[in-house]
Design a protein around this ligand. Structure first.
Ligand code: M6R
Length: 359
């Protein structure tokens, strides 16, 4: 069942090239995106958008919302379902709510979906499990084709969500007659993503070596700006849930407003600098943690100068808007090996359920 892997989590990490390929299959043809089901909605009249989800799927929602805000001139926000459902949000038939869920059964996400439908919203769900409650209750369901995800920690569901929401937002831009200059490059980048992911999987020995930095550590800090912040949130969550190492996620520029007080000799900092406009700024923030003795692992692009860093991983050339996918693969491996090193039950971390069907 585990296909020769020690755990489901590792198997699912390695299934990502295929999962992404399957999710894109039939949906991208040259510069054309096939998501015909969206025609059931009246997207032209939308004047407000909510992206709603929990946990890792919420991180995919933050990513979707960032792309949406970049390209489409309609107010939008990403909200955790457990907050959204109790917040009495402004919703009518000009509101679009996009729900993201691997299982399609998460109680808060399902309740938020039902609430928004009662108020007249148009609804889309991005779901992995066919025929699940969330898929049945939404106007349009777009399936990630990740295959069954058994390990409690979400891996392939997340990266397929990222790929699919990129298509969704590009398609929405098209339906609203908005030109996205880098569309062809993004579609090409997505098609090439399975190979990029495989290249990242080949770095497993290196990630195992870096995960060992946590051997005698109880904390880790994940730092980045802009879209790197999505990877930062996801990397910290993954590390917490499978290794039980306390992990915090910070915007690099926020460090000096408090959290840098926590940095001392050998504190593990995992820094992301893949977004060209702010990479140099992030690097200078991270150097400040090094000056205080932090053990920094830097994930950056091929051509970013980083002369002061000892532990650097460079991702392949991908469009910066897609960098979160290869970075996430590295962070999944990092969390996995940290958990193995600490002897944790990787597939069934304590206190967690695969599908949170209670509120
Ligand atoms: O099935 P869902 O995507 O709705 O689940 C949402 C979260 O419970 C889930 O992503 C959780 O955070 C994962 N265990 C994270 O790895």
């Amino acid at each position: 069942q585990k296909g020769g892997y020690d755990t489901f989590m590792l198997k699912e990490i390695y299934e990502q090239p295929e999962a992404i390929r399957e999710t894109l299959r039939g949906r991208v043809e040259k510069e054309k995106i096939h998501l015909e089901d969206l025609e059931k909605l009246d997207l032209e009249k939308i004047n407000r958008v909510y992206f709603v989800a929990c946990g890792t799927a919420w991180h995919a929602g933050i990513y979707a919302n960032s792309l949406f805000q970049k390209w489409i001139d309609v107010p939008s926000i990403c909200v955790a379902a457990s907050e959204f459902r109790y917040s009495d949000p402004h919703i009518d038939d000009k509101t679009l709510c996009v729900y993201i869920s691997q299982s399609g059964e998460t109680a808060d996400t399902l309740a938020a979906l039902k609430m928004s439908k009662e108020k007249g919203a148009q609804t889309i769900s991005i779901v992995n499990v066919l025929g699940s409650s969330i898929s049945r209750a939404s106007d349009v369901t777009l399936y990630t084709c990740a295959g069954p995800e058994i390990a409690v920690a979400s891996t392939k569901a997340f990266t397929t969500q990222l790929a699919l929401v990129t298509l969704l937002i590009l398609k929405m831009a098209e339906l609203r007659h908005t030109t996205v200059d880098c569309k062809a490059e993004l579609l090409e980048g997505l098609k090439r993503m399975p190979e990029v992911v495989s290249e990242m999987l080949d770095k497993h020995e290196l990630m195992k070596q870096y995960a060992a930095f946590l051997k005698n550590q109880e904390d880790a800090y994940f730092i980045g700006r802009q879209l790197d912040y999505v990877s930062v949130l996801e990397g910290a969550l993954k590390l917490k849930e499978v290794s039980y190492v306390h992990a915090d996620a910070y915007f690099a520029g926020e460090l000096k407003h408090g959290a840098i007080a926590l940095i001392e000799k050998d504190t593990v900092v995992i820094a992301m600098a893949t977004q060209p406009e702010v990479a140099a700024k992030t690097i200078s923030n991270i150097e400040e943690t090094m000056a205080r003795g932090a053990n920094v692992i830097l994930i950056t692009t091929k051509d970013q100068p980083a002369p002061k860093f000892k532990y650097v991983i460079r991702i392949p050339d991908v469009h910066p808007l897609l960098a979160v996918i290869p970075v996430t693969i590295l962070l999944q491996l990092f969390a996995y090996y940290a958990a193995v090193e600490k002897g944790r039950d990787v597939d069934k971390p304590r206190n967690l359920a695969k599908s949170v069907t209670v509120e």
